[in-house]
Design a protein around this ligand. Structure first.
Ligand code: ADP
Ligand code: MG
Length: 244
């Protein structure tokens, strides 16, 4: 009788929603952007990623988004191995991720409602569902009254809240934010960070790349510090490490 042949798969505990093992990334030119990065993030964690410009933070985000593949090492997200993930499965994989960038990236000619609804249309949620989901998500981010406004009619903080609503409308288990407050004043920065904290407290795993040392020091979350492509510290309830 033939034995069942098992393909060799590595058991990744379900509680570890993001695992990087010895991840390196070299671009075609220049020094490697990441070298031998090991990082494990548990389901439900809130993690700040800090470090000088050029230390590899955005490269890390792009690897998680599967915009880039590592030169070396393995990346597992929500149980999937991103290195072996087939190209045709990338769109489905990305449904695990909400993403927010410094520059908002809204559709300029669409109003707030349409910007958020669009993310649901892409994944073919029925219109009657969208009509319920969008207003409720807009009220979570405090924009219920602005659904008809175009992005140019909104402040930076409001635009980022639209981007956040769009990132979360399909209820991804992971939210990735690359310098979400980089274009905002301190008051709006705090409002966005408090929203991220609330979202995390309801169960979403949240990764935030930031330069905002006051917020990092105040919020007392896990802080991963990068320098020249390596993780130089990783502290629970950490603070922003001052250079020099
Ligand atoms: P950070 O987000 O921390 O500022 P990045 O991940 O953007 O850092 O960049 C890390 C390093 O990789 C930098 O030295 C940067 O110049 C380089 N880099 C980033 N993107 C590219 C690219 N597309 N091609 C070549 N080098 C790049
Ligand atoms: Mg960056």
């Amino acid at each position: 009788m033939a034995l069942f042949k098992r393909t060799k798969t590595k058991a990744i505990p379900n509680e570890n929603i993001i695992v990087l093992e010895k991840v390196s990334k070299a671009y075609a030119t220049g020094a490697p952007a990441l070298t031998g990065v090991d990082l494990t993030i548990k389901r439900g964690e809130f993690v700040f990623i800090v470090g000088d410009s050029g230390s590899g933070k955005s490269t890390l985000i792009k690897l998680l988004l599967r915009e880039l593949l590592p030169t070396d090492g393995d990346i597992y997200v929500n149980g999937q191995n991103l290195v072996t993930l087939k190209r045709r499965n990338v769109p489905k994989y990305r449904r695990n991720l909400g993403v927010v960038f410094q520059d908002f990236r809204l559709l300029k000619d669409r109003n707030v409602y349409e910007n958020v609804a669009f993310a649901q249309r892409v994944v073919q949620i029925p219109t009657r569902e969208i009509k319920k989901n969008v207003p409720s998500m807009l009220s979570v981010v405090g924009l219920a009254g602005k659904y008809k406004a175009k992005p140019r009619q909104l402040s930076g903080g409001e635009q980022q809240r639209v981007a956040l609503a769009r990132a979360l409308i399909n209820r991804p288990p992971i939210l990735l934010c690359d310098e979400p407050t980089g274009n905002l004043d301190p008051k709006n920065s705090w409002e966005i960070m408090k929203l991220l904290d609330q979202i995390n407290k309801k169960g979403t795993t949240v990764l935030v790349v930031t330069h905002n040392r006051e917020i990092v020091n105040e919020m007392q979350k896990r802080v991963v510090t990068m320098k020249k492509g390596v993780i130089v510290s990783d502290e629970e309830k950490g603070g922003y490490i001052d250079e020099d």
